[in-house]
Ligand binder design. Structure first.
Ligand code: PMP
Length: 444
């Protein structure tokens, strides 16, 4: 394996000058920088130039196929014909907004709300997950009269000013708000045998006490229910419940951020919070919701939003437009018709088993975890000390990319492989992925 330079900051970010690029790619990189400015990041040592997608495959400008083991937005498969047909049919007829009466918006809202436990009875549409979290924050502050927020140490919830201030994964330069407290993510692998649920609840109790000591009342705890950016934590099921009780006892709300785990990805349930037997006060959703159409939203208990709705108006020009809603409705139809929940469960279990088999031959694989088709693989220098191995992780991600297999990495030590393919991933796709991992780790 060629050595990748390890750069702190965003995991798996392209570093200009670290690898030689073809003239065409070098030109595109330079053009991006000139036109889009300095804040954007590309993936991989050698960026990928994609021009077409279909199912689990992405194709570059030369027509070479890449196996997509990473993209959870095109969750029912890139350019799924049922979704493309639904949104283009609606685009040919009408596209407006939510200030006119329109059946598609309501048909979609009804279908979507039907996938949630009964107390969650309203949906408010946005265009992005960040906007959804921002709206949930406004509602939580209004409902509780508090401002305090609890998130996990490396949480990511989005890009607005208010949400970036509660997204520690953006790095130290982006300051957290004075009203924000972080708690360590519930990490079973590094728990030293302690009960992760109890430990988390203890940290949440301390965070609330610290807020109260500064005169700050709790508004909400937000959790990505698969803890994606923290390093993928899903076990044991139920570990979130005690922390949520602590939050409620302090008068706070629990917001389940389902932008990553939602829409059947975790294999057993449509929503990640159900793994923990919870009923959140609000749920924020996005990414896979429109299979690429920018649609997101907040699903909320009616009593939580009642006063806010009376006192504050809500309108989002593009949020919930008929074309996006047609795409959203088609996504749920595909999940149901193609049995993608079941597929995420069986292929996910098959992948984890395959990775555990590889771990019997590759000492560097310290832990394999996750639920359904959201899998984390923690890479370590030494299994007994569990010392993180960011370098091997970066080399593996880039080695797979050279074999045209796309994944990325996450976690505080940049040593957790993030394996998160479209839900239509098959066992044959899994075999190709596992074979490629084996080859790269074997230096082939
Ligand atoms: N929450 C989580 C857990 C996310 O992963 C993301 C996006 N990576 C967001 C919120 C923000 O979503 P968006 O990029 O659509 O604003």
């Amino acid at each position: 394996m060629a050595n990748a330079p390890f750069v702190p900051g965003m995991v798996n970010a392209f570093v200009p000058g670290a690898a030689s690029l073809s003239p065409r790619e070098a030109e595109l990189v330079a053009r991006r920088e000139r036109l889009l400015g300095p804040a954007y990041r590309l993936f991989y040592q050698e960026p990928v130039h994609i021009v077409r997608g279909e199912g689990v495959w992405l194709y570059d400008a030369e027509g070479q196929a890449y196996l997509d083991v990473y993209n959870n937005v095109a969750s029912v498969g890139h350019c799924h014909p049922h979704v493309v047909e639904a949104l283009s049919r609606q685009a040919r007829i009408l596209n407006t907004h939510t200030r006119y009466l329109h059946e598609t918006i309501l048909d979609y809202a009804e279908k979507l709300i039907g996938t949630f436990p009964a107390p969650l009875g309203h949906v408010m549409f946005t265009c992005t997950g960040s906007e959804a979290n921002d709206l949930a924050l406004r509602i939580a502050k209004d409902h509780t009269g508090g401002t305090g927020i609890i998130v996990t140490s490396l949480a990511y919830h989005g890009i607005t000013d208010a949400i970036a201030a509660m997204s520690p994964s953006l790095g130290g330069y982006v300051k957290l708000g004075d009203h924000v407290r972080t708690v360590p993510a519930p990490d079973l692998y590094r728990s030293g045998g302690r009960d992760v649920g109890q430990t988390l609840a203890g940290h949440v109790r301390d965070a609330i006490a610290d807020l109260e000591a500064k005169g700050i009342k709790l508004a909400a705890m937000y959790c990505d229910t698969i803890f994606s950016s923290d390093g993928v934590f899903s076990d044991p099921p139920g570990f979130l419940a005690e922390a949520v009780e602590v939050v409620r006892a302090a008068g706070g709300l629990f917001v389940a951020d389902e932008v990553q785990p939602g829409f059947a990805r975790t294999g057993e349930h449509m929503w990640g919070f159900l793994r923990h037997g919870l009923e959140p006060d609000m749920v924020t959703i996005g990414k896979p919701m429109g299979n690429g159409q920018p649609i997101a939203g907040v699903v909320v208990r009616p009593d939580v939003v009642a006063d806010f709705g009376r006192r504050a108006r809500y309108f989002n020009t593009f949020g919930g437009n008929p074309v996006s809603c047609a795409a959203g409705l088609a996504v749920i139809e595909v999940i149901e018709r193609e049995g993608l929940l079941e597929n995420a469960r069986t292929v996910g279990a098959y992948m984890r088993e395959g990775l555990r088999q590889l771990a019997t031959r590759h000492e560097v694989i310290g832990d394999v975890r996750g639920a359904g088709l959201f899998i984390g693989v923690e890479m370590v220098r030494d299994r007994s000390t569990r010392e993180p191995d960011a370098e091997t992780t970066a080399n593996l991600v880039n080695g797979l990319r050279r074999k045209r297999v796309l994944i990325s990495a996450a976690g505080p030590n940049a040593n957790v492989l993030k394996v998160r393919p479209p839900l239509v991933f098959s066992k044959a796709n899994a075999d190709q992925f596992l074979g490629a991992v084996d080859e790269v780790l074997s230096g082939r």
